[in-house]
Design a protein around this ligand. Structure first.
Ligand code: AMP
Length: 395
């Protein structure tokens, strides 16, 4: 398929979009509609000249109306297909799927595992089906790349019936990002290697990839497991819920809210979930900002060391995501916690590899694992998987 794909990432009150042309050197139109349903909904984005725009949307605007407003900003381009990011594909989807009634029903059935995300993703599907009834629509799942995990990595040590009857297992997320950067690391290194990938943004996860297959990852049943994130706690003692309920009388909703939205960098620092602001505050002597960065980096290193058990050989570590791509400080601290990996860090190159630059930041020693910074491209990957699937299935 040789034309553009509209990529849609739909949240409960937002729609992120990107029109991805077939040729990599063509400009992308992209943006986000936010605060849908509220009185101050707005749309902002970037046009084909690279200029930014922002405009208010009607109060109470729904997903279909917001998509109509987005279409006006596609400058007359008509996509050939729509690729949807869908967060949870359960065990049913090991790759992208062309959307039909059966696929919609399966995504609905998986909503119990991702109650905040899957219903919102389906709203996006319904809205685009209404506006483009004749275009093929494809669902690309965050979980699909991790369906190659072996049982020893995806099973929790819980009674078997919880897995068999209720699907309670580790699924992993950020699959499109881990797939994209590990494939790029293979291409850059000229090998199908063993990579540890660290996607560090507002959400954070690590992944062990061997010959293009995910063998383990830090997120689990939900995206709360694993690393410290912007506002999510990551791993805590599983008894914490019972403790907070019994000792403090907290409701399940409150515990969920605190662990998902009031913890992580924000909770530790008491200041912000934004790593840029934390780095400034820490340099000015803010003790809790410093602690938040230390815990964040130590936990990343600990996770990478644990995931290295999944790999027959470690060829390198890849940093990506807003923090992974832009914070030399975080990368240096993570590397400093892994002396037994024999890593070398070129501090000058590390400092220069920011703002969307791809680069190898280790010292170049041939026997040492490589360290790469690779900007992720989740939208590009969703468009590519959409094209691939349609090429294979369209007569
Ligand atoms: P993402 O979710 O991938 O967009 O990443 C968001 C995170 O990236 C936020 O915590 C930002 O503070 C962080 N970030 C973006 N730019 C920088 C930077 N120059 N230095 C440190 N962190 C950054």
């Amino acid at each position: 398929m040789n034309s553009s794909v509209l990529v849609i990432n739909c949240g409960s009150s937002s729609i992120k979009y990107a029109l991805i042309p077939a040729a990599a050197d063509q400009p992308r139109l992209a943006g986000i509609a936010e605060r849908l349903g509220s009185s101050d909904a707005f749309l902002k984005g970037i046009d084909s000249r690279g200029e930014r725009f922002e405009k208010a949307l009607l109060p109470g605007v729904d997903h279909t109306r917001a998509l109509e407003a987005i279409l006006e900003h596609l400058e007359g381009h008509r996509p050939a297909a729509v690729g949807h990011r869908v967060v949870h594909g359960g065990e049913r989807f090991t790759r992208a799927a062309r959307i039909d009634d059966e696929v919609i029903a399966t995504i609905e059935a998986t909503a119990a595992l991702a109650p905040l995300h899957n219903p919102a993703n389906l709203e996006g599907v319904a809205a685009t089906c209404k506006l483009f009834p004749d275009l093929p629509q494809v669902a690309v799942f965050d979980t699909a790349f991790h369906q190659s995990l072996p049982p020893q990595a995806f099973r929790y040590a819980l009674p078997e019936a919880l897995y068999r009857d209720h699907g309670i297992r580790r699924y992993g997320f950020h699959g499109t990002s881990h797939a994209f950067v590990s494939e790029r690391a293979d291409a850059l290194g000229g090998i199908e290697g063993g990579w540890l990938t660290a996607h560090l943004g507002n959400g954070c996860s690590t992944c062990a990839v061997w010959e293009g297959r995910s063998l383990d990852t830090s997120m689990g049943l939900t995206p709360l497991e694993g690393l410290v994130m912007g506002t999510r706690s990551g791993d805590v003692d599983p008894s914490l819920h019972a403790h907070l309920a019994r000792q403090l009388g907290w409701s399940l909703e409150r515990i969920d809210e605190v662990l998902n939205r009031g913890s992580g960098l924000l909770g530790l620092s008491g200041l912000t979930n934004d790593m840029r602001e934390l780095e400034v505050a820490a340099s000015e002597g803010h003790e809790n900002a410093r602690l938040a960065i230390e815990v964040f980096c130590y936990r990343i290193a600990k996770s990478l060391a644990a995931l290295s058990c999944a790999l027959p050989r470690l060829d390198g570590i890849v940093f990506t995501g807003g923090i992974g791509e832009n914070s030399p400080l975080v990368r240096e601290k993570v590397v400093s916690h892994l002396p037994h990996f024999g890593l070398g860090l070129d501090r000058t190159v590390n400092a220069q590899t920011v703002r969307g630059r791809e680069g190898r930041i280790d010292g170049g020693h041939p026997a040492a694992p490589r360290l790469w910074v690779i900007p992720t491209d989740e939208e590009g990957r969703i468009a590519e998987e959409t094209r691939q699937l349609l090429d294979e299935t369209t007569p």
